[in-house]
Design a protein around this ligand. Structure first.
Ligand code: SF4
Ligand code: SF4
Length: 118
């Protein structure tokens, strides 16, 4: 793996960068690595062969989970869903769909027993 020369090629192909999340010459300088979609376009574009995706994932492992993600994990642990599901059955009914089956919290807790938020 080569060294970053700050050419900027990776940021021009990065969908997260295009959404305005990233800053700096390289996607490696992004503040929020949790918006990476894992598309690997940056790796294809990099003339130095930098494995940007792996570096991004390592930064995720070392960094603190952003609050928005923590909230999603908490919802999953509490309810089995990543977001509030209030009103979803009314919407489904409008489209002729049946109600969603409720997830049993004890099953979710068993499946995710090793997940820790701190
Ligand atoms: S494309 Fe590669 S060399 Fe260019 S800024 Fe990105 S990581 Fe650095
Ligand atoms: S793998 Fe992540 S950092 Fe690389 S281009 Fe895709 S979204 Fe951007």
């Amino acid at each position: 793996m080569g060294e970053c020369n700050r050419c900027g090629a990776c940021k021009h192909v990065c969908i997260a960068f295009k959404r305005g999340v990233a800053t700096g010459a390289s996607v490696l300088e992004r503040e929020d690595r949790f918006t990476c979609a894992g598309c690997w376009k940056c790796i294809e574009a990099c003339p130095e062969g930098v494995d940007i995706y792996s570096l991004m994932m390592e930064a995720r492992r070392r960094g603190r989970l952003p609050d928005s993600f923590r909230m999603g994990v908490k919802y999953i642990l509490d309810t089995g869903y990543a977001m509030p599901m209030r009103g979803v059955n009314a919407i489904r009914k409008m489209y002729g769909m049946g109600a969603i089956r409720k997830v049993k919290p004890e099953v979710v807790k068993k499946l995710l027993r090793d997940v820790e938020l701190d």
